[in-house]
Design a protein around this ligand. Structure first.
Ligand code: RM4
Ligand code: MN
Ligand code: MN
Length: 410
């Protein structure tokens, strides 16, 4: 990155020669937004062990302070998703003004429907109406929190399912789910949206009540326009073509948001773009295709959902935001006229090469230029390291005793 200015000048000329509008590409990059998750700043682990990270945030306030660092160095991460009750505080209005003081907003509110003792057989789909009531009330509490903190998103991931054939009625559970979601949806004031996240397994291992995008889509269709589907990149069987799901949801006006991460095997929650950056690029190709289509209305929340156990939290979140930014930048370099011509003429190699021309371009100097124009450091990770923030929080934050396993409360 030393001589990035020189490299940028060469790259800008090259992009112009390729028929691309560099000023427009930079303008798009400046408006990109990625929400980071509060839980990504706190200790987490596998179900085997939580290794305490030095300096990891312990409270909702510390998580926000760390998220502010990610925004400070990238300029594109001004909002933070909350998970309730992991981020439970007495005064949410106070938390919101603290966030605002840091230059942040509070983003999606994530209800937790998987950690109460009562949820062994499910939450919104539980056979017992009293447990369903508890789960619905928790969602209603999250709607109230969202109103208080000025958030327009309830991001619902349902852990419900069964782990043995015959354990419960699959259709019965579908009916219970729909009834519960209707009540939650009715309590949400416009323009608040319900994002419905699906996942094909875990913690249930026989069937999951919202197992794939079709099931989430079905619920969204039945609820109304403000119910949309959330695609978590780690929630599909290996080999699934996620970009196709994205394209279909865009086309049906039901793509509500993303949980960015990456997987090698299952729901690994690894750094987005670390295992399969080409897939991420192809997803952004579909997103840009949708954005440019006047027939399509899109309002997508781009959020990170990772559980990074080994890397230091803030650096790793910077890396994630940068990886998303690079994928978007590369997808912006696709010559879409050329692609459309090649597709129409059936020139398959040319079509693919058009994608690869963009994908193979090193966009780091372009992003350095964009950051500088936004008044940020050209290289976020190096600048963060030089700031001394990490050493400061390591000295201040003494980890709590007794490291457990899994997510907080597990
Ligand atoms: C789930 C899902 C949710 C996340 C929890 C912790 O697998 O991805 O979005 O909140 O994990
Ligand atoms: Mn998720
Ligand atoms: Mn997940």
């Amino acid at each position: 990155m030393k001589n990035w200015r020189e490299t940028y000048r060469v790259l800008a000329d090259d992009l112009t020669a390729r028929g691309l509008d560099v000023a427009q590409i930079k303008a798009s990059l400046k408006t990109q937004r990625v929400e980071t998750p509060s839980w990504g700043y706190a200790d987490s682990g596998t179900r085997f062990k939580v290794f305490r990270q030095r300096g990891a945030a312990r409270t909702a306030y510390e998580k926000l302070a760390d998220a502010a660092q990610v925004h400070k160095y990238t300029g594109i991460a001004p909002s933070v998703a909350l998970h309730i009750p992991w981020d439970k505080v007495d005064d949410y209005a106070h938390l919101m003004s603290y966030a605002q003081g840091l230059g942040l907003q509070l983003g999606a509110i994530n209800p937790n429907l998987f950690q109460d003792e009562e949820y062994m057989l499910g939450s919104l789909c539980h056979p017992d109406a009293a447990v369903r009531r508890q789960a619905i009330n928790h969602c209603l509490e999250c709607v109230e929190i969202a109103v208080t903190v000025g958030s327009n998103i309830i991001s619902l991931w349902l852990a419900d399912g069964t782990s043995s054939p015959g354990q419960d009625s699959i259709r019965g559970r579908k009916h219970r789910l729909l009834e519960a979601l209707h009540e939650v949806y009715a309590a949400m004031p416009a323009p608040m949206c319900l994002l419905i996240e699906y996942k094909f397994f875990e913690p249930a291992f026989y069937h999951t009540d919202l197992g794939d995008w079709g099931m989430a889509y079905l619920m969204a269709e039945k609820l109304g326009d403000r119910a949309q589907v959330l695609v978590d990149l780690g929630h599909h069987p290996l080999g699934t073509n996620i970009e196709q799901i994205v394209a279909l949801l865009i086309d049906e006006g039901r793509l509500g948001g993303f949980h960015f991460n990456n997987k090698k095997f299952a729901d690994d929650d690894l750094t987005v773009g670390s295992i399969n950056p080409y897939e991420l690029f192809l997803i952004f190709n579909e997103l840009i295709d949708g954005e440019r289509d006047p027939q399509v209305t899109m309002d997508v929340a781009y959020m990170i959902d990772e559980s990074i156990n080994i890397k230091p939290k803030i650096e790793s979140m910077l890396q994630s935001v940068i990886n998303v930014q690079e994928a978007y930048a590369k997808a912006l370099l696709i010559n879409r006229d050329k692609l459309a011509e090649a597709q129409a003429a059936g020139r398959v190699v040319e079509a693919e090469e058009t994608l690869l021309d963009a994908y193979r371009t090193d966009v780091r100097p372009l992003l350095a230029a964009v950051r500088e124009e936004m008044g940020r450091a050209p290289d976020p990770i190096t600048a963060f390291r030089a700031s001394g923030y990490y050493e400061k929080v390591c000295a201040e934050r003494i980890p709590e005793e007794g490291a457990g396993a899994g997510y907080p409360g597990a």
